[in-house]
Design a protein around this ligand. Structure first.
Ligand SMILES: Cc1cc2nc3c(=O)[nH]c(=O)nc-3n(C[C@H](O)[C@H](O)[C@H](O)COP(=O)(O)OP(=O)(O)OC[C@H]3O[C@@H](n4cnc5c(N)ncnc54)[C@H](O)[C@@H]3O)c2cc1C
Length: 801
């Protein structure tokens, strides 16, 4: 083919809604030398058979951002690129069967309001007004979203493709990518029509993404964490009553979601489209005997209505009109799932200049926003919104296929479930356990998973209710509350011990290591024998990473970061570290205990000769219970304390001796409460790329006068001169039962003035605490605001800095 290009700046593999959106957004950003390869016709993957629902609702701030952006784009896209577009903004109603569900709606409505969307809480009567054909006797209310609707997925993809082509990008259909190579700093993407040399490659291959990812393994890649579910919807025959109603009122029925019964029901022409997310779900292509076919373009699975019989009956009881019509068509197609149900958008872990925009469960609703995010990753190396919820690096080496399968099915079967704050999902557990795991469980540990590592959230006593059902509440009050209080009090009055496996840790050493770090982080380095926190910012001076930096020698360091940050921070350093400096991930060989509280020195002195009078932020080698350890004089709990770092083999003896000498085990929930009281920030809640270093109150970790030109310095210099718009604060919130979830709105005199980044009960101060960001002019001690929690506003007072 004569016009087949030998080079391009970017090659996107996959021409579904997402690949086309990525191409369109790259073109809009001025990167027009980009090529999209599609093995069949555009839309041949999941896109062609999607129902096309485009909700904005999400329990996640960043996903809501992405979906909101999609709706804004889809409204104007047809006109902008001159392509016909069937986009019906019908609005939607979500039904609630419980007070907990109403609280979830209140929370989403609050986030939506903050993002400029008028999501509306409905009474049962309001629901009837929106949707007259509804049975409402067992409902407690609902949520109306005026921005919801449906779009023709094929038209959407074609419109995005046209927009990209018009700006100069190229699309090659019936041109599968068949492999890749790397030469110097270039990728070579192979096709049967020829090779394309390019700077960047994007895997947008939908449910084929794992297959494409295999090609990247020789260049540092991993098995892509995903599986495929079979999802079906059925279309009813036309229903005369719906046609008559449409004609009478002049618009379609809103989309209906009975989330507690787990299905959507949408008007399609004058009939209905029913799509359940059934608990009795079916994964596809799971076994060796049932492999994914080489090509499944424009194909479907056989109908399987038995699986969704309950939902069909439930929907017919809810909207009896549905029962009057026969079924005209069933669509049963593949949807890819990651282990948490969010897509992969961003840098491909371990591989230079390769990106992912794949494994979308709601790729039509999210496609618009995803294209924007992906294009930003490529053109700017950072994104406008913090997109950790979709970052491929959030999954590390624990996501084997069995885990992906279990989690994918769990997410699918609970697609509309509420995500309660004290609930841990049960599938795919025990992926990484410490050498003292058994002991922690014996002590009553009620476990949670952190980057695959099992840690105790709290310690139950005999008779405590540890059932999953007990966690189905937004209320802080549950069987755990009494125990968390006791654990916090033990840390406040005596000595507590927390097992913290999975802390990500790296060795960094060699000539030039300190100079490298100075240019890498925003602040200063500790002196030899000491440690401190270092931060990395992005080009806009926003908070990218936080690490504990332990200095052993002039050019020898250990860096410790959050368990979930392991691959993120490893990549951050790997991509810029000069040759000759050793950088090694030793996360798996070592384990950590936090021993903290006023009596922790007494406990340690009984089992160690270590220098326990050395000051805050010092470190030393020591022997505890006859075992070599590394002791750091810090405590995230805000009391006298040490971190004990030791090898996995030695930890059982050390843990036992700490317990034998009076330390009380405490869990992650207590730690969270203790750190909130001290205003200590957590990564990717309080510390994210949604905020600059100065907004985050991290001024003392920024050295603008150092000679090194660290990333973000220019932006931070500018912000220093102009002043920051927002400021980090700790708030005491006057709420009795509920603590502020992430991204709760902060109000002052009827105006939105900020948002919370985390919240919880402080058992030492006996008050609800929220950390968050508010307008700088309100960020002073005793300043009064209101925090909206599940729809209710509570008075709150800013605490001393
Ligand atoms: C029944 C059903 C209903 C759904 N309803 C909705 C809905 O209402 N709303 C919603 O948001 N989502 C819905 N979805 C999900 C939605 O279909 C997907 O999330 C979305 O289509 C994913 O788009 P994509 O571009 O990521 O992937 P795909 O559409 O699968 O595109 C990937 C493309 O990559 C191509 N490709 C693969 N390998 C190669 C290669 N080596 N070289 C070149 N090309 C390659 C494939 O041919 C394919 O065209 C539904 C899914 C199903 C099954």
């Amino acid at each position: 083919m004569s016009d087949f290009p030998g080079t391009a700046r970017v090659v996107i593999i996959g021409g579904g809604a997402v690949g086309a959106s990525a191409l369109y957004h790259l073109a809009k950003a001025g990167w027009t030398d980009c090529v999209l390869l599609e093995k069949n016709e555009l839309t041949a993957g999941s896109t062609w058979h999607a129902a096309g629902n485009v909700p904005t609702f999400s329990a996640s701030w960043s996903i809501m951002n992405m979906q909101r952006y999609s709706t804004e784009l889809y409204r104007k896209l047809g006109k902008e690129v001159d392509y016909p577009m069937n986009y019906h903004v019908t609005g939607s109603v979500r039904l609630s069967h419980s007070k907990e569900r109403m609280q979830e709606f209140e929370r989403a409505a609050g986030m939506g309001r903050y993002q400029g969307m008028a999501l509306d809480i409905c009474s049962v009567d309001d629901l009837k007004d929106h949707y007259p054909f509804l049975e409402t006797h067992d409902l407690s209310g609902g949520l109306y979203d005026p921005n919801d609707g449906d779009i023709d997925p094929a038209q959407l993809t074609q419109a995005l493709a046209k927009g990209a082509r018009d700006l100069g990008c190229k699309i090659f259909r019936f041109t599968p990518a068949i492999g890749i190579q790397r030469e110097k700093d270039e990728w070579i993407v192979r096709t049967e029509k020829g090779e394309i040399r390019c700077e960047y490659v994007v895997n947008a291959a939908g449910y084929y993404a794992q297959r494409v990812a295999e090609w990247f393994k020789p260049f540092g890649g991993r098995t892509l964490p995903m599986m495929v579910m079979s999802h079906q919807y059925l279309l009813s025959e036309e229903i005369p009553e719906i046609e008559a109603w449409n004609k009478e009122v002049g618009h379609k029925l809103p989309l209906l979601r009975d989330v507690d019964s787990s299905y959507y029901l949408r008007q399609e022409k004058y009939g209905l489209n029913l799509g359940p997310y059934e608990n009795t779900c079916k994964a596809a292509w799971l076994t060796e005997g049932d492999p994914m076919p080489e090509d499944f373009s424009f194909q479907l699975y056989p109908d399987d209505l038995d699986r969704i019989e309950w939902h069909i009956e439930d929907a017919m009881a809810r909207v009896p009109l549905l029962g009057k019509a026969g079924i005209s068509k069933v669509i049963n197609g593949p949807i890819p799932y990651t282990p948490d149900g969010n897509p992969l958008i961003g840098p491909m872990p371990g591989v230079p200049n390769a990106f992912e925009a794949c494994v979308f469960t709601f790729g039509i609703a999210q496609g618009g926003g995803a294209g924007k995010v992906l294009a930003e990753w490529l053109t700017e190396g950072q994104t406008e919104w913090d997109m950790w919820s979709c970052d491929p690096r959030r999954f590390t080496d624990y996501t084997d296929q069995d885990y992906c399968n279990q989690k994918g099915m769990e997410v699918y079967g609970n697609e509309y479930a509420m995500h309660f704050p004290y609930h841990e999902w049960p599938a795919g557990r025990d992926k990484k356990i410490s050498s003292i795991h058994k002991k922690v469980v014996e002590l009553g540990g009620v476990m949670g998973a952190y980057n695959g590592w099992e840690r105790a959230n709290w310690f139950a006593k005999p008779g405590d209710n540890t059932s999953l059902e007990s966690t189905h509440t937004w209320n802080r009050n549950g069987p755990w509350e009494k125990r968390i209080k006791e654990e916090c009090e033990a840390v406040r009055d005596k000595c507590g011990v927390l097992s913290l496996p999975g802390f990500a840790r790296f060795i960094l050493k060699g000539d030039g290591a300190s100079e490298f770090l100075r240019g890498f982080c925003t602040g200063g380095l500790p002196k030899i024998g000491r440690m401190n926190l270092i931060y990395v910012s992005d080009k806009r001076g926003r908070i990218l990473s936080e690490m504990s930096c332990i200095r052993l020698e002039e050019d020898s360091f250990i860096l410790i970061t959050a368990a979930t940050a392991q691959w993120h921070d490893r990549e951050l350093i790997n991509r810029v570290i000069p040759d000759g400096i050793l950088f090694e991930d030793i996360t798996k060989t070592q384990d950590t205990l936090i021993i903290t509280g006023p009596k922790s020195r007494d406990v340690l002195s009984k089992i160690s000769q270590a220098n326990l009078s050395s000051g805050w932020l010092t470190h030393q080698s020591a022997i505890i219970a006859g075992k070599s350890v590394y002791l750091l004089r810090v405590s995230f709990a805000g009391e006298l304390g040490w971190e004990i770092h030791a090898s996995n083999e030695d930890m059982p003896i050390i843990y036992q001796s700490v317990l034998d000498n009076g330390a009380v085990p405490f869990g992650m929930y207590a730690l969270n409460s203790l750190r909130l009281e001290k205003g200590y920030r957590g990564w990717k809640g309080d510390l994210s790329t949604d905020y600059s270093m100065f907004e985050g109150g991290l001024d003392r970790f920024v050295k603008l006068d150092k000679p090194q030109d660290f990333i973000g310095k220019a932006a931070l210099l500018n912000e220093k001169q102009q002043g920051s718009n927002k400021k980090f604060v700790t708030l005491l919130v006057n709420s009795e039962q509920f603590d502020a979830p992430y991204m709760s709105t902060i109000w002052k005199d009827g105006n939105i003035v900020g948002e919370t980044t985390s919240g919880g009960w402080g058992y030492r101060v006996n008050a609800s605490i929220a950390l968050g960001m508010i307008k700088t002019e309100l960020a002073f001690e005793q300043s009064t605001v209101e925090v909206e929690i599940y729809g209710k506003k509570y008075n709150a007072v800013v605490q001393k800095d």
